[in-house]
Ligand binder design. Structure first.
Ligand code: DMJ
Length: 673
């Protein structure tokens, strides 16, 4: 307490501020004593020796500093917090493979509009990627874990180790416009579409994403390795003898040109992505950048170029998020549009993509029903991505028109439709095989793609399946295999194309999406039949067409093959359905059946110098008569479905997020509005 006596006793005050303590003062009379009590006493003494003004200034300074501290703490809080979260995020997205440094972790930006500057597209180099400006985690259910480069077949024991070995995967991109991650198909489909004209929005992050992000990758197994090896062998042939051309002729070591658009290469792009074949993908991408030109005076088939080229480019865009592919998709999409300029708006079969003209085949003004009704998934998706509704409008109109047409038989459609009148022609013949097959497939798939809202599509699909049950289902002898025959002017034929083997997969997909359980029962019966179409044949490979025995005859199997039908074109349909069946049931027998088929492809269709070939005679194991042609769908579909069939990772192209087009190119399912 301050008093006059104390004031008199205290040394004269100097009115300046100094808090410097000299060593002598600090040591004091008692010499150096570093005890805590001494230090406290000494400080107090010094404090007391200060003038009032000095003390006030010091206290003011402390108070001022304290206030500043509080203010800066609150304003720094947010950035600090986000910094902390970001580093946590970074930890969460650490690559699963030690040593693989992913600058772009499982995250992709919203789809870019196709008019993004092509020149800004990155050279695809999955290795070393710049961080995108804003980081969003894609769901791991869309993450495809890449196999190692230079994969070699390993024993089961080795496989997990292989998948854990470091992968050199970082490389520079030219810009940040497109982001590519070899973490896999790390897309979150942009689910914002309600109509093609609606503006593209940033997809929302599903609530479960963070938990999913932490899921362990599923290692590639031995059978998948075998598929990779088969793909590489096929690719070697294509690269050595047919690079940039439509199809490989593996025996003559040359190529076949159909549209002159590198069909095999484009069809195979997303397969390479899914299989994790980075180097091959990068090489192919360079070809697309430098050599793929649609400005060509060439007639292309609308359906084939839509499902293989447009579909292949769109799905590759979705998987890689590389705007190059969207740009090319938009280009080919626009060039195909003249096909719809017909009196009925039912498109012509052929388009000259350089001249912008379209026409039907020379001998008729009809189009094939399956062709005009199996281009919808692709054109609808193109509208969604570009915001240009004309693509979707054109194909939706076809579906609406077909929905109203007469000439159906309990939902079953004839095979031809006239581009002038818009009416079905050649009435009375009904099949689930060639010329009608994917009409049924796309009814269901469009309904799923659009968020299960377009009731007419579902109606037509349900009616058609009832029509199949009523008119086309029969059982063979002796094994009582359920099969889908054909109806011609009231007469049942026990003929079934291999193409019909898409049906078990489609039925299973419908059942998975809430359609009646008996669709799944039928799927199970039909896939058994499709397998028997392989198993009952000498090479273990199915012919193009079989005839089933309706009556038991001694020494006869269920399956009969006519000489004209005993070729095998390396088609995918059975493997495709095996994939769906395994995904939805988990029954390993489907994987085993697929494995048998792969081995038989290797045994009878593999050409030692590279590539696989179609064969003419599945009944002659000692000479299957190679045809010298590898169809693009062998890489686009058959091997892709094989790889997916052998995977136990349901998130490897999750069927609740993606819908496969009829050429096995996955496209995103749109979210419900
Ligand atoms: C492919 O082009 C498509 O799967 C199409 O739907 C049918 N034909 C071949 C495969 O067999």
């Amino acid at each position: 307490m301050y008093s006059a006596a104390a004031a008199a006793a205290s040394p004269p005050r100097r009115d300046f501020i100094s808090i410097t303590l000299s060593p002598e003062e600090a040591v004091g009379a008692g010499g150096y004593n570093n005890s805590k009590a001494w230090r406290r006493r000494s400080c107090w003494r010094k404090w007391k020796q200060l003038s009032r003004l000095q003390r006030s200034v010091i206290l003011f300074l402390f108070a001022f500093l304290a206030v500043c501290g509080v203010i800066s703490y609150t304003s720094m809080g947010e950035p600090w917090k986000s910094l902390t979260n970001k580093s946590l995020d970074d930890q969460r997205t650490e690559p699963e493979i030690p040593g693989l440094k992913l600058a772009n972790p499982a995250v992709l930006p919203a789809p870019q509009k196709a008019d993004a500057n092509l020149g800004d597209s990155p050279e695809l180099s999955p290795q070393k990627l710049p961080k995108p400006p804003h980081v969003r985690h894609g769901p791991s259910n869309l993450q495809i874990k890449p196999p190692r480069r230079d994969v070699k077949l390993k024993t089961r024991h080795d496989t997990s180790r292989v998948a854990e070995e470091p992968v050199q995967a970082d490389k520079e991109e030219k810009t940040e416009k497109s982001v590519i991650s070899w973490r896999g198909a790390v897309i979150e489909p942009d689910q914002s579409t309600e109509s093609p004209s609606s503006k593209i929005k940033e997809p929302e992050k599903p609530s479960s994403v963070e938990a999913e992000d932490q899921k362990e990758p599923v290692p590639i197994n031995e059978r998948q390795m075998a598929v990779i090896e088969a793909f590489r062998h096929a690719w070697k042939g294509y690269k050595d003898f047919a690079w940039g051309h439509d199809e490989l002729k593996p025996l003559s070591k040359s190529y076949n040109e159909w549209f002159g658009l590198g069909l095999t290469l484009i069809d195979a792009l997303d397969t390479m992505w899914i299989l994790g074949l980075k180097e091959e993908f990068e090489e192919a991408r360079k070809w697309v950048v430098n050599d793929l030109a649609f400005d060509k005076n060439v007639d292309v088939n609308l359906f084939e170029s839509t499902i293989r080229i447009l579909g292949g480019l769109l799905s590759t865009y979705h998987l890689s998020r590389d705007s190059l592919f969207l740009e090319k998709a938009k280009d080919i999409g626009n060039r195909l549009m003249p096909a719809f300029k017909t009196p009925s708006k039912i498109p012509y079969s052929d388009v000259n993509i350089g001249r912008g003209t379209a026409h039907p085949p020379r001998w008729t003004s009809d189009s094939t029903v399956a062709e005009v009704t199996s281009i919808q998934l692709e054109f609808r998706e193109l509208s969604r991505l570009t915001g240009d509704e004309k693509f979707q409008k054109a194909v939706d109109e076809v579906m609406k028109h077909v929905h109203t047409l007469s000439g159906k038989n309990d939902g079953l459609v004839p095979m031809f439709i006239n581009t002038n009148s818009g009416q079905f022609t050649h009435l009375g013949v009904y099949t689930l095989g060639a010329r009608a097959d994917s009409y049924y497939e796309y009814l269901l798939k469009q309904w799923i793609q659009g968020g299960k809202k377009e009731n007419e599509l579902l109606e037509d699909y349900m009616r058609a399946i009832e029509g199949v049950k009523k008119h086309l289902l029969q059982r063979s002898q002796p094994k009582k295999l359920t099969f889908v025959g054909e109806l011609a002017h009231g007469h049942f034929s026990a003929k079934m194309d291999h193409l019909v083997c898409f049906l078990p997969g489609t039925l299973a997909l419908g059942a998975h999406n809430g359609l009646p359980a008996d669709h799944m029962t039928l799927a199970e019966a039909l896939i058994e039949t499709c397998y028997q179409m392989y198993a009952q044949v000498e090479t273990g490979l199915s012919p193009e067409i079989v005839h089933f025995n309706l009556h038991a005859q001694k020494g006869h199997k269920d399956v009969e093959i006519k000489p004209a039908d005993r070729h095998n074109l390396l088609r995918p349909e059975t493997v495709e359905s095996l994939f769906y069946m395994y995904r939805f049931t988990g029954d390993k027998k489907y994987q085993d059946w697929g494995w048998e088929i792969l081995q038989n492809f290797n045994k009878y269709t593999r050409v030692p110098t590279g590539g696989y070939t179609s064969i003419n005679n599945v009944q002659n194991p000692s000479n299957p008569e190679p045809r010298d042609k590898m169809e693009s769908f062998f890489l686009g579909e058959t091997l892709k479905y094989m790889f997916l069939l052998f995977s136990d990772d349901i998130d490897l192209i999750n069927l609740d997020k993606y819908i496969f087009n009829t050429e096995a190119h996955p496209l995103p399912i749109w979210a419900p509005a």
